[in-house]
Design a protein around this ligand. Structure first.
Ligand code: SF4
Length: 346
């Protein structure tokens, strides 16, 4: 049994303009101790997927269906009390901006101690010792002194480390990190990703990392889900997605990764914008932006189907496999040539 098994998840929001299908038939699983990367542009449904699983959408205007089995229990249908218990003890979330989650008027140590006392039946002294231990585990230098600092006295990267410490208070089985490194510079981002991988080995938690950046996924994920316009367009192991990507949207994401020799003007972006989810295009939802579009793509919505050579690798595209293999090879050869050129000029 997987730690988390999400099946045919659908989430719609009632708005004044109509019903927005923000998540439309999404299925994936997360294994114990593994990292799943969910990647896609803003508004593709990746964050809503996780908020739905955690029961954090506004219930009044949300319609949800499907299943999200956590250790076999359905998070979507269980009582609010049981869901709160799981959220407090077994699943934790880390958000993009730690300042929205940390209380600016309380010292870091106090906030950690309160979080520990809320969920554990221990004395204040034990909680204080645990808080210090966690700050050390996430690499806060001189933690014994900095435990008495306020959040504004920490840099963005250090605040994110504190949030990770806060999330680890109860040794969660599953950690959901929503764009945890987006607000950070590249060096700090790399440090936080290394820290998360190290802590995963130490604490054994599974991680779902939500990001718009395929580069982040490449650093940490074992499994990858690529989302576009509320649906999965490609899913597989990180090895298979990065060695043989099968969807033109994934190729676009790979092609838009920053290059060490490129300035901002030269970054390649996927042309066009994602569609409105109030009224997504007929046929393949990516067809208005796809350089490989064919007549069938405008009329017929592709199913999510296994790749012949690797049944665990799923893709949603009408292109034949020969073309996909050829294009993926060209893209990867270009990336390799560019990396080699960088090594030569570096
Ligand atoms: Fe492009 Fe057609 Fe594939 Fe959609 S189905 S990604 S439009 S080739």
């Amino acid at each position: 049994m997987s730690l988390l098994d999400v099946r045919e998840l659908r989430t719609s929001f009632r708005t004044d303009d109509g019903v927005v299908k923000a998540v439309d038939g999404v299925s994936f699983s997360v294994e114990k101790g593994q990292t799943l990367g969910i990647v896609g542009e803003s508004g593709c449904g990746k964050s809503v997927t996780c908020l739905t699983i955690m029961g954090l959408n506004n219930r009044r205007n949300t319609i949800t269906s499907g299943e999200a089995l956590f250790n076999g229990e359905d998070l979507l249908t269980m009582s609010s009390r049981r869901l709160r218990e799981i959220r407090g003890n077994d699943v934790a979330m880390i958000f993009q901006d730690p300042m929205t989650s940390l209380n600016p008027v309380h010292k870091i140590g106090r906030q950690l101690v309160e979080a520990i006392l809320l969920h554990r039946d221990v004395s204040k002294k034990v909680a204080q010792a645990r808080a210090l231990e966690l700050l050390k585990a996430v690499g806060i230098p001189r933690a014994d002194r900095r435990i008495d600092d306020y959040p504004h006295q920490f840099s963005g990267g250090m605040r994110q480390r504190v949030m990770i410490a806060m999330a680890l208070v109860n040794d969660p089985d599953l950690l959901i990190a929503d764009e945890p490194t987006t607000a950070l510079d590249v060096t700090t981002q790399a440090q936080i990703l290394t820290l998360m991988s190290r802590l995963q080995q130490e604490f054994g938690s599974a991680i779902i990392i939500i990001t718009h950046d395929l580069g982040v996924v490449a650093e940490v994920a074992h499994e990858v889900v690529v989302m576009y316009a509320a649906q999965i367009v490609e899913r597989g192991t990180a090895d298979s997605i990065f060695s043989r990507p099968h969807h033109p949207y994934t190729w676009g994401l790979l092609g838009s990764l920053p290059r060490l020799d490129a300035d901002v003007e030269r970054l390649v972006q996927i042309p066009g914008q994602p569609p409105s989810l109030l009224n997504p295009p007929r046929g393949c939802r990516f067809h208005p932006r796809c350089p490989y579009v064919m007549d069938i793509c405008r009329a017929d919505h592709p199913d999510l189907l296994p790749v012949t050579a690797d049944p665990e690798h799923l893709q949603r595209c009408h292109l034949d496999e020969e073309t996909k293999d050829r294009e993926a090879e060209k893209l990867l050869a270009g990336t390799l040539a560019q990396a080699q050129a960088q090594v030569r000029t570096g």
